[in-house]
Design a protein around this ligand. Structure first.
Ligand code: AMP
Length: 365
C-alpha cells in the first residue's frame, strides 16, 4: 500500500516515519529540488501546475494526502480524479483565505478576534476606527510563521505599517491580549471514529512557534473539543486537523486551523501513545485510530535557524532529538527537541539541563 503526500518537507518525513512500521510505502510530490521527505520514499519533483506529473503521482499511490495548507486546490482536483485524497479539498479551500476561514468559524459559532477587510489605505483608517489599537494587519492568503503580518500599535505607526504591508487583500484583526495560546490536534477517520490529544499550550515569538507543552486535564479541553468537532462535521473532514486559539478567561478565540499534522502536535511522537503522524496515516487508511493518551508531561522546543549541539541535548534524560535535514537559514525550522517527564517538576528540571541554545524555553511552565 502506498500513500502519496503533496508537499515533501519535515511533516511528510514524519508521516512516513510513522507509517513505515505498518509496511507502507510513500511518494512525496514537491517542486523543491531537495526535500527532507525524500528520506521516506520517491520524490516527484514537479510544479503543482504540472498536470502530467500530478497524474503520474496519483497513479502510483493508493491514497493521497497533503502536508501543507498552501497546496493549490487545483492540484488536488487533478489528483482526486485518479486516487482518493484525504482530507478533501474543501478544508484546503476554506483555510487558504483568512477572511473565508474567519467567516467559517463565525458561521459555526466559534468566536474569532474582531476583524475588517482592508484593500486600501481608507479601509485601514476605517479598520482602526472600528477595532481600536493595537491591530494586526495580515495577508489573507499565503502567509505562514508570522510572514506577511504587521502590528500597528498606535496612530504613529499606521503609515509605516501600511507601507510595510502588502497594501491589498489584507485582514485587520484586533490584537488579542490573550492569557495564553492553545491548540488542539484531533483525528477522525471515515468510519466515524474521532480522537483528541490533550491541548497544547504554545509560545510564539516573532510569529513563529517556539515551544509547545501538553496540558493533560486542562479545563479548556472540553471547549476545544466542541469547536474542533464543529469543524470536522462542517468540512466532512478525515485525517488530522489542528485548531489554534487564543484563550481569554474561559473563552477561546479561533486564530486558524491547519488541515494537516501540525507543529504544535510534534510532542505526540514521544509524548502520546500514538503520535499525530501515526493517527493521520491510520485516518487516511480508515483503520482503527490509536490512543491519544499523554505519556506524562512533554515540552516540544523548536530549533529555529540552526540546530543545537545534538550530543549535549541527548545527555539530558527524557530528551528526543529531531533534525529535519534542512540547511540552516534565519527563521527556518530545522528541527525540534522533545523533553518528556513523569511530572511537571521533572520536566522543568530536564529543560533546565538543556544547552543554552534553548535558554528561556521553560518559561511557559
Ligand atoms: P498566525 O500566522 O495568524 O498564526 O499568527 C502567528 C502568531 O502571531 C500567533 O500565534 C500569535 O502569537 C500572534 N498573533 C496573530 N494574530 C494575533 C492577534 N489577532 N492578536 C494577538 N496575537 C496575534
Amino acid at each position: 500500500m502506498t500513500i502519496g503526500i503533496l508537499g515533501g518537507g519535515q511533516l511528510a518525513r514524519m508521516i512516513g516515519l510513522a507509517g513505515i512500521p505498518f509496511g507502507l510505502q510513500f511518494v512525496v510530490f514537491d517542486p523543491a529540488e531537495q526535500v527532507g521527505g525524500s528520506a521516506i520514499g520517491r520524490h516527484v519533483r514537479a510544479s503543482y501546475d504540472d498536470e502530467d506529473a500530478l497524474i503520474e503521482f496519483a497513479g502510483s499511490v493508493d491514497v493521497a494526502t497533503y502536508e501543507f495548507e498552501n497546496v493549490p486546490v487545483h492540484a488536488v482536483s487533478v489528483v482526486e480524479q485518479h486516487c482518493k485524497v484525504l482530507p478533501e479539498k474543501t478544508a484546503l479551500h476554506e483555510t487558504q483565505d483568512r477572511l473565508r476561514e474567519n467567516q467559517l468559524f463565525n458561521r459555526l459559532d466559534i468566536a474569532t478576534p474582531r476583524f475588517c477587510v482592508v484593500d486600501s489605505r481608507q479601509d485601514l483608517t476605517n479598520a482602526v476606527e472600528t477595532l481600536g489599537y493595537p491591530i494586526v494587519l495580515k495577508t489573507r492568503s499565503g502567509g505562514y510563521d508570522g510572514k506577511g503580518q504587521v502590528v500597528i500599535r498606535s496612530e504613529d505607526s499606521v503609515e509605516s505599517g501600511w507601507i510595510e504591508s502588502a497594501q491589498d487583500n489584507l485582514l485587520a484583526e484586533e490584537f488579542v491580549p490573550f492569557d495564553r495560546e492553545v491548540s488542539i490536534v484531533a483525528a477522525r477517520r471515515p468510519s466515524g471514529e474521532t480522537v483528541y490529544y490533550d491541548i497544547a499550550e504554545n509560545v510564539h515569538r516573532g510569529g513563529i512557534l517556539r515551544t509547545s507543552f501538553n496540558r493533560p486535564g486542562d479545563p479548556i479541553q472540553g471547549l476545544a473539543i466542541e469547536y474542533v468537532n464543529r469543524l470536522f462535521d462542517e468540512l466532512g473532514y478525515f485525517g488530522v486537523i489542528a485548531l489554534e486559539c487564543f484563550q481569554v478567561g474561559d473563552s477561546l478565540l479561533a486564530n486558524e486551523y491547519a488541515p494537516r499534522v501540525h507543529n504544535t502536535g510534534h510532542w505526540t511522537i514521544e509524548g502520546a501513545e500514538a503520535s499525530q503522524f501515526e493517527n493521520h496515516v491510520r485516518a487516511v487508511l480508515d483503520i482503527p485510530l490509536g490512543s491519544t493518551a499523554s505519556r506524562g508531561y512533554s515540552a516540544m522546543l523548536n530549533c529555529i535557524g540552526a540546530l543545537p549541539d545534538r550530543d549535549l541535548c541527548l545527555r539530558v534524560p527524557g530528551v528526543h532529538f529531531h533534525s529535519y535535514d534542512k540547511s540552516a537559514r534565519p527563521g527556518r525550522k530545522v528541527g525540534h527537541v522533545t523533553v518528556r517527564a513523569d511530572s511537571p517538576a521533572d520536566l522543568e528540571r530536564r529543560i533546565s539541563l538543556l544547552p543554552d541554545f534553548f535558554s528561556g524555553a521553560g518559561d511557559a511552565l
